[in-house]
Design a protein around this ligand. Structure first.
Ligand code: ADP
Ligand code: TRP
Length: 331
């Protein structure tokens, strides 16, 4: 049997270039490798921990779905689906809850970060934590384990979640016999942590993102907001600046070399931003056209996902039967 790759993105905001270079692009490249069967999905139920309303869910959902397709995901080669269309995931989630020690969830980064913040503020440590957030890693383990995934391409921040999925697979296998594959994560080191407008990790939660698909004008304006130091035109600029880090993602080797020379020779920040805009815009343009095509053809997107879910469920049902048999639920 071919090895399996699986990954998901939760629709909690508009896709940004950190998502693209950190998760989407490597995942799509990997999906072209014929040694693997690929499963890519939109983790809409994972998004419930933060979404405010139905309109937001739908906007972000279509943004992510159209983004995957615009970036080159081929639904004929990859099983592409919406998490909530595969109810087997949620049945497995419950089963996995019962082999997962509570302490493992206490140590999950996202939960720990909230607890620490609450303690700092002198609030109840679980203030604003719902069970969706607390159990988030178990649902993620269900996504991964249900398809016997071997490799999970993600950004560095998701590494712990994959390790937790391995642990959970192990707990289950030790108790009931080997049913689950222990997954590995696949992290591209060069783009593991991409910086945002303010030089910190680009993240929706920091409000420092560059949206992947917006109009040219919005892209230009966003790039103009990149924080720089106060060096004047004519003064050499440091090569570890945010602008150079971002330029490297889009430029060819030769373009990057030229840009670095210009920075060292005192290119003004304003000109450097223009150059970054030009190279980013050229790179994004063909994908942007496809993105807006899919935004205008949502029926087509829904059809692709419906067919994807049908394929996913065939595999999911079969796997779940093995799990049910192992725990004694199949009489
Ligand atoms: P955000 O931090 O903006 O909320 P998500 O948590 O939705 O992003 O991340 C979706 C995927 O994109 C994950 O695999 C994550 O690791 C990757 N990713 C997000 N931000 C970055 C970044 N700045 N650099 C590299 N990868 C990233
Ligand atoms: N937690 C991931 C994120 O925030 C999304 C996700 C959900 C996922 N289920 C997954 C990623 C399974 C990889 C595999 O980006």
């Amino acid at each position: 049997m071919k090895k399996r790759i699986l990954t998901g993105i939760k629709p909690t905001g508009l896709a940004h270039i950190g998502n693209y270079f950190g998760a989407i692009k490597p995942a799509i490249e990997l999906s072209k490798n014929n040694e693997y069967d690929s499963f890519y999905f939109i983790a809409d139920y994972h998004a419930l921990t933060t979404l405010e309303n139905k309109e937001q869910m739908q906007e972000y959902f279509f943004n992510i779905a159209c983004t995957w397709l615009a970036c080159g995901l081929d639904p004929n080669k990859v099983v592409f689906y919406k998490q909530s269309d595969v109810p087997e995931v949620f049945e497995l989630n419950w089963i996995l809850c019962n082999v997962t020690p509570k302490g493992l969830m206490n140590r999950a980064h996202a939960y720990k970060a909230i607890v620490e913040k609450n303690e700092e503020l002198g609030q109840d440590k679980d203030f604003s934590v719902n069970m969706g957030l607390y159990n988030y890693p178990i649902l993620m383990a269900a996504d991964i384990l249900l398809f016997g995934s071997n490799l999970v391409p993600v950004g560095l921040d998701q590494k712990q979640h994959i390790e937790i999925a391995r642990d959970i697979a192990n707990y289950f296998n030790n108790k009931y016999g080997k049913v689950f594959v222990e997954p590995d994560c696949y992290i591209q080191e060069s783009t593991a942590v991409l910086v945002g407008l303010d030089g910190r990790k680009m993240s929706k939660s920091y409000g420092n993102t560059i949206q992947l698909f917006s109009s040219e004008e919005v892209l230009r304006k966003t790039i103009n907001k990149i924080v720089t130091d106060s060096k004047l035109p004519g003064e050499p600029k440091p090569l570890n600046c945010t602008l150079n880090k971002l330029y490297k993602l889009f430029g060819s080797e030769e373009q990057c070399k030229e840009f670095e020379e210009k920075l060292l020779n005192g290119l003004s920040w304003g000109e450097a931003k223009k150059e970054l805009f030009n190279v980013a815009n050229e790179y994004i343009k063909p994908m942007r056209e496809k993105y807006f095509y899919y935004q205008d053809h949502k029926e087509e997107v829904i059809n692709i996902l419906t067919q994807g879910a049908q394929k996913a469920r065939i595999i999911a049902k079969e796997y779940l039967q093995k799990v049910r048999t192992a725990i004694g639920a199949n009489i």
